[in-house]
Design a binder for this molecule. Structure first.
Ligand code: NAD
Length: 476
């Protein structure tokens, strides 16, 4: 599942060779062998892409809302045609089970184009306040830097919003999962996105750094680790560009005493293990009343022990490998810290699951009796590892949930929805889910504190890419 364009970039509406011929291998996480190669760009490629985006901005920023709605609709239609291929590509490059990669990962990417098109119908780009006209204008060229864990979703939420806003863009996808990004470029090309509106340069951190610092880029939208997000903001500062950061998470899942425990624990564990635990909003800290710790641990153990871990290509697989050797080793060290710090290992533990000696497979792991100071309660593990923690009162549960540098997501479940909602309102996180409500693609996505700045998805994602202009004394 490589790409015919793996050694090219998409710049100014054409597939072009990189300025310097350098490549890296893209590794199949299920077999640890190369799937293929991808070109590694440089700042010279970024310069070309930015020049194309700047030229295109002059006309694209002046297109009508109807033209952009039409374009977003065409993109969604072409995406739909290539939906199966998208699922297969994502599954091969980052290891998500094929069923999940197709339905959820590929599906989320397509959904953003439809949502953006629908939102444009009622989006107010111009308002009037007395003699003043307030205009929301496209900010300019957007630099986009994205990770590997939900590759199509993370790219498409930015691209759909930028097109809706009338911006042009330069994307640098993750070098770990670049093939889905190349497929997105093919979809945009086939849908007739005007040349220069969308440009793609593959590469590693150096390309991301060149985008962050580039004076021709007006806004950089970064999704990835907090470490890299900070570096992007520092490099962006001298040019005073807007910086959007979608970073890490360590989200609490408070289960209230009156809740149907079996349902909430079982679903909470499954959500934590989804995508091999590689979701920034995964509910990785499960908070239960102290008297119910043993019950929660037994239920979680039951889920972990029957989870079907195996080849992502098998439709019956529930959990594939994690993405890379680097992630696998980091997760192993964190799992080892759990037992060392005195947490009880109720399922999983270090090493590979039985029978899976090749591939970056991790045992679904559950720790019970975790206390807030333990490493498994503090660090974002980004693997299938759940920490169950006890609370003595709902006030204490709220305090533990909020006591973390991250504030991306949180979850509360209880039989009394009003009580659970009241607790949700006290949680300092960007996205709080009550009683496992389904995801809402129109709701703002983003975090508090070190989980980032700014919001994506829906109308909030479009607003990220707009400047505000006051025209005083404007004629009606
Ligand atoms: P990463 O930060 O290593 O890489 C993300 C992207 O940034 C990649 O394209 C990478 O090449 C690039 N990059 C790396 N260092 C850079 C630098 N110094 N300057 C510019 N670009 C740089 O993250 P990852 O390992 O790909 O993804 C996992 C992380 O992403 C996790 O911490 C996860 O929580 C976070 N994440 C957050 C969200 C969110 O919306 N909040 C969503 C998905 C993932």
């Amino acid at each position: 599942m490589a790409s015919k364009h793996a050694l090219e970039f998409y710049i100014g509406g054409a597939w072009v060779a990189p300025v310097e011929a350098r490549t890296i291998d893209v590794i199949d996480p299920a077999t640890e062998t190369p799937l293929g190669k991808v070109a590694l760009g440089s700042s010279a490629d970024v310069d070309k892409a930015v020049a194309a985006a700047r030229t295109a901005f002059d006309t694209f920023s002046r297109t009508s809302v109807e033209e952009r709605m039409d374009l977003l609709g065409r993109i969604a239609d072409v995406y739909k045609k290539r939906f199966t291929e998208m699922g297969q590509t994502i599954s091969a490059e980052m290891g998500a089970p094929i069923s999940f990669a197709t339905r959820f990962q590929a599906g989320a990417g397509m959904g953003h184009f439809r949502v953006a098109r629908d939102l444009l119908k009622d989006f107010h780009f111009v308002e009037r306040d007395g003699a003043t006209e307030i205009v929301r204008e496209p900010i300019g060229v957007i630099g986009m830097i994205t990770p590997w864990n939900w590759p199509a979703n993370q790219i498409c939420c930015k691209v759909a919003a930028a097109i809706a806003a009338g911006c042009t863009m330069v994307l640098k996808p993750s070098e770990v999962a670049p093939y889905s990004a190349l497929l997105i470029a093919e979809i945009l090309e086939e849908a007739g996105v005007p040349k220069g509106v969308f440009n793609l340069v593959n590469g590693d951190a150096a390309v991301g750094q060149a985008i962050a610092a580039h004076p021709g880029i007006d806004c950089v939208s970064f999704t990835g680790s907090t470490r890299a997000g900070i570096d992007v903001a520092i490099r962006a500062a001298p040019t005073v560009k807007r910086v959007g950061q979608e970073l890490g998470g360590k989200s609490a899942n408070i289960i209230l005493d009156d809740e149907n425990f079996e349902k909430a624990v079982v679903e909470g564990v499954k959500l934590c293990f989804r995508n091999s635990g590689q979701s920034c909003n995964a509910p990785t800290r499960m908070l239960v009343p102290r008297s119910r710790m043993a019950e929660a641990a037994a239920l979680a153990k039951g889920v972990a022990e029957v989870m079907k871990v195996g080849s992502p290509a098998d439709p019956a697989t529930e959990m594939g490998p994690v993405v890379s050797e680097v992630q696998w080793s980091k997760i192993q060290a964190l799992i080892e810290s759990g037992a060392k710090d005195g947490a009880e290992t109720v399922a999983g533990g270090p090493g590979r699951p039985a029978g899976l000696e090749k591939g970056y497979y991790v045992k679904p792991t559950v720790f019970a009796g975790v206390t807030p100071a333990m490493t498994v309660a503090r660090e974002e593990i980004f693997g299938p590892v759940l920490a169950i923690m006890a609370y003595d009162s709902t006030d204490q549960a709220v305090e533990i949930a909020n006591d973390h540098p991250f504030g991306l997501a949180a979850y509360v479940s209880g039989a009394d929805a009003a009580k659970a909602t009241a607790i949700a309102r006290r949680l300092r996180a960007g996205m709080v889910t009550v009683n496992l409500a389904p995801a809402d693609p129109k709701a703002p996505f983003g975090g508090y504190r070190q989980s980032g700045n700014g919001r994506e998805w829906g109308r909030f994602g479009i607003e990220e890419y707009l400047e505000t202009k006051a025209v005083l004394g404007a004629a009606a």
